[in-house]
Write a protein that binds this ligand. Sequence first.
Ligand SMILES: [Zn+2]
Length: 374
Amino acid sequence: MTLMINSAFDGGNIDVRKAEEAGDIRLAIRKDNASDFYQWFYYRLTGAKGQNCRMVLENTKDSAFASGWEDYKACASYDRKNWFRVETTKYENDQLIIEHTPEQDSIYYAYFAPYSAERHHDRIAHYTGDHGVSMKVIGHSVEGQTLDCLEMGEGETTIWVIARQHPGETMAEWWMDGFISRLIEAKDEATKTLLKKAKLFIVPNMNPDGSTHGNLRTNAKGANLNREWGVATKESCPEVLATIAAMDKNPPRLCLDVHGDENLPYNFIAGAEGIPGYTDKQAKNLEDFLTAYKKASPDFQTEHGYPTSKPGEGNLTMCTNFTAHRYDCLSMTLEMPFKDNADRPDKAVGWSPERCAELGNAAVEAMAEMLDQL
Ligand SMILES: [Zn+2]
């Protein structure tokens, strides 16, 4: 069987430069379809069973976050369900080198466990069908895909949770699986409290076009959604425009925007400290949420993270700053690693879909704990 590398499927991304011999496979990550960002890769290798493959991703030096490749291990899967890390991944001479001997005729490699469009639709159907969860389409992407927003809970306190503004950060939608599953299945006190006292609006995928295209950061028109809040137009970024319109009807008291970070091997939260008029109440709510999340999950920490913006210097085109400013609420960006949680490393899988889901699950407890003070 001839060696073959292909990425012509949902979320796929790779350019093949050379693939005649297993020991000398030369690849390049494609740019986002309408911008210069690139970092996400996802491809299938066939015909290499039992051969020592050396796959060099030649253009990693100029990728969006080149330092993200240090200490990074590629993800691989035979069945696209179980993803493991390729321990022999190296970053040498500014190139990512994946050395692996596949045990099967067909194997997939990716930057992180992919979250497919089909899975998104399966999950939405499961929540709305089997569990009777309310769902509204709050808008459409550039290419006409729906922006699905689940609505749960009977209370007064409005909570918005959104994920995957950056489509290559698939961990954000894996996090959503755990968060939503807890809300629909668990019968514990925290879940009951949250559903009784809060009304939740949940958008599991803000950027379905970018996800399908295998983009890292942008939508089909090249817009980076998390730099479009307050400046988005109907033509370039209908996804953010539609979400703000929906939020205006049900203004958040708490807004959580879920992401992944290429560099830092930790789970952490960035707040809205840099907005003009940041209040003591916002600061206190942030502090208490962080404390509650740490208590709820051993994978969450507050030691490592982004430097805090100086007062008045926050970028208001980012969701967290925009919503904190517009709605005077607690607003936060959650970041998860592409690599692993260095405090609790797992060599076999690194940071994984299952661990994302556990962290999402724990967020229910953190929200329930400080809900009354929002
Ligand atoms: Zn992001």
